[in-house]
Design a protein around this ligand. Structure first.
Ligand code: PMP
Length: 289
């Protein structure tokens, strides 16, 4: 399926009902478009079941709360809406995008209490997020922007405003022939990529940045659990950029990225080693189990 995302056949769930794809529209005076009052989820459905779908619904509600825009649905209602959207489109394997935002209404300034919080759920078929990087390892640029302090913005929310620097950093990375960019945080610690968390391997043990200033991804949490089940030691800690030189393997985790090996970050190179491959395969099995 090619072409514009607004010009497709199919169904999108919007504010309580399924609407024809091309009719899923909002007004130009939508608060979210002007002030980033928007939170979202990215999920994957495998063999007819969304992996950790309910956890994604709960995180969406949490993100809404963190942005002072309570979403007027329960997690169970959101789960049902996702299933209805998938069924209407006849998909068993798809990426699912839920988005909640402040709509247009009586307010058009920064304050927006009188504007409704709206919810839509769309989906599409999406293969490997990093193309052939799954086999040979993705190449990452180092972003010039930093992940902000939790005192600056609610960093635990999956909020649209946090992605402004992601798009800018990813464009810059792609212009250099990289598939993504790695952020440091406001303190200079290694943080995450523009839409995925990061893991490193050294001497048979795993190191991953402490999720205290960025999204603690559900895939990250799943992979940490898998490593622990395999009796592999996981260190969640602050990682300095100088340490990149000493790591042997590296991978990214995310709903879209799944487990993607990393071959290079800036001038540092990593092997797509046995543990990376094992975790990628175990994750693929788990999500389809
Ligand atoms: N960090 C960012 C910035 C992301 O956009 C994502 C994708 N949602 C992740 C991490 C990974 O989160 P998850 O594993 O829950 O998809």
């Amino acid at each position: 399926m090619a072409g514009s995302y607004e010009d497709r056949d199919g169904w999108i769930w919007m504010d309580g009902k399924l609407v024809e794809w091309r009719s899923a529209q909002v007004h130009i005076l939508t608060h979210a478009l002007h002030y980033a009052s928007s939170v979202f989820e990215g999920e994957r459905c495998y063999n007819g079941k969304i992996f950790r779908g309910h956890d994604h619904s709960l995180r969406l509600l949490k993100s809404g709360e963190l942005l002072d825009m309570p979403i007027p649905y329960t997690a169970d209602e959101i789960d049902a809406a996702k299933d209805a959207m998938l069924k209407a489109n006849g998909w068993t394997d798809a990426y699912v995008r839920a988005v909640a935002w402040r709509g247009s209404g009586e307010d058009m300034g920064v304050s927006a209490r009188r504007n409704p919080v709206r919810l839509a759920i769309a989906g599409w078929e999406w293969g490997n997020y990093y193309g052939d990087a799954k086999m040979k390892g993705a190449k990452l640029d180092i972003a010039k922007w930093k992940r902000p302090s939790p005192e600056t913005i609610p960093t635990a929310a999956k909020a649209a405003g946090l992605y402004m620097i992601c798009t800018m950093s990813k464009h810059a990375a792609e212009a250099k022939g990289c598939s993504d960019a790695l952020f440091m945080d406001y303190r200079g610690y290694v943080a995450e990529a523009t839409g995925a968390n990061i893991f490193f391997v050294k001497d048979g043990e795993v190191h991953t940045p402490l999720a205290d200033a960025f999204l603690n991804g559900l895939t990250r949490q799943t992979v940490i659990g898998m490593l622990k089940d395999k009796q592999i030691k996981v260190h969640e800690r602050h990682i300095m950029p100088e340490e990149l030189e000493g790591f042997e393997q590296c991978w990214l985790t995310g709903t879209a990225a799944e487990v993607t090996p990393v071959g290079q970050i800036g001038d540092y190179t990593f092997e797509v080693g046995a543990l990376t491959r094992d975790i990628a395969e175990s994750y693929e099995k788990l999500v389809r189990a």
